[in-house]
Ligand binder design. Structure first.
Ligand code: PXL
Length: 274
């Protein structure tokens, strides 16, 4: 395969808030990786706001990517994020089967829920389908709530320990996923990103900041994808992503950026890809 890497990013386009494709495109570009976008929905902003415009793209996705197949497009990495309907989860499944070859790595960010609650456009059937989809992934990046959904363990709202994270990851690994990265595990003053990869553990600890920014999961997964597309170490990816998010969140907090607006990463993009 060529030195120039190409990613198919299956995610929504939320115009005004920093998440999904408006994060994946700049981050992958900063890594020198071409980001080919397959939109799942067009939104004015993410669904965490009281109001949002939402135009589901399910009916158009197959026709859209069929042209990629017909033109002979290939991908080093397939990266899926926010999915807006049950059928879209089937479409991602089909897309992986259509485009995966021996060198293609698959990253599924199982965007379903946060803080114990599933997103307003999500439902239980979609969670079931996501449990099925992850078996085709090499790497997944659930937050704690999503890891509970995928492992079938209850979300209690209590702080979880590394032992609990390991138990969840081991349960999820039974589906065949090689690397499970559980993000945003909170202690009193730290945030932990926990990696379980092929039976090995890795823990990244950063300082917690007083506000919780939307879209940090998308920023995290996009950085991981940048590393995966270039066949770089997943542990280095998690180390960089953890530090990068801690620093940009701290900066955003100091600048008074509203939590719903996501972290201001734009000024720091030049640090990526080194
Ligand atoms: O950041 C995850 C995400 C992505 N896309 C949309 C969302 C959310 C979370 O709320 O609403 C549209």
């Amino acid at each position: 395969m060529s030195e120039l890497k190409r990613v198919a990013a299956i995610n929504d386009m939320s115009g005004a808030s920093r998440c999904s494709l408006t994060v994946a495109i700049p981050v992958l570009t900063a890594y020198g990786v071409q980001c080919c976008a397959l939109p799942t929905a067009i939104l004015s902003n993410h669904t965490g706001y009281d109001k949002f415009f939402f135009d589901d793209y399910t009916d158009k996705m197959r026709d859209y990517y069929r042209v990629w197949k017909e033109t002979g497009m290939t991908f080093d990495c397939i990266y899926s994020g926010f999915l807006g309907s049950e059928e879209q989860i089937d479409i991602v499944d089909e897309f992986i089967r259509d485009f995966r070859d021996s060198g293609t790595r698959v990253l599924v960010d199982p965007v379903m829920a946060d803080d114990g609650k599933i997103y307003s456009t999500y439902n239980e059937k979609m969670c079931d389908k996501m449990r099925h989809l992850i078996q085709y992934a090499d790497v997944i990046t659930p937050n704690v709530t999503e890891a509970c959904i995928l492992s079938g363990m209850p979300y209690t709202g209590e702080k979880i320990t590394i032992d609990t994270a390991r138990t969840m990851a081991k349960k999820i690994a039974k589906t065949g996923v090689e690397t499970i990265i559980i993000t945003g595990i909170k202690t009193d003053d730290k945030v932990i990103n926990y990696v379980y990869s092929d039976g090995q553990d890795y823990v990244c600890i950063s300082d917690i900041i007083p506000v919780y920014y939307a879209g940090t999961g998308d920023l995290f997964a996009s950085i991981i994808c940048g590393y995966m597309a270039q066949e770089r170490s997943i542990f280095d990816a998690v180390t960089f992503a953890s530090k990068f998010i801690a620093r940009t969140a701290q900066y955003s907090y100091e600048q008074g950026i509203a939590p719903l607006d996501g972290v201001c990463f734009e000024k720091f993009l030049f640090e990526m890809g080194k």
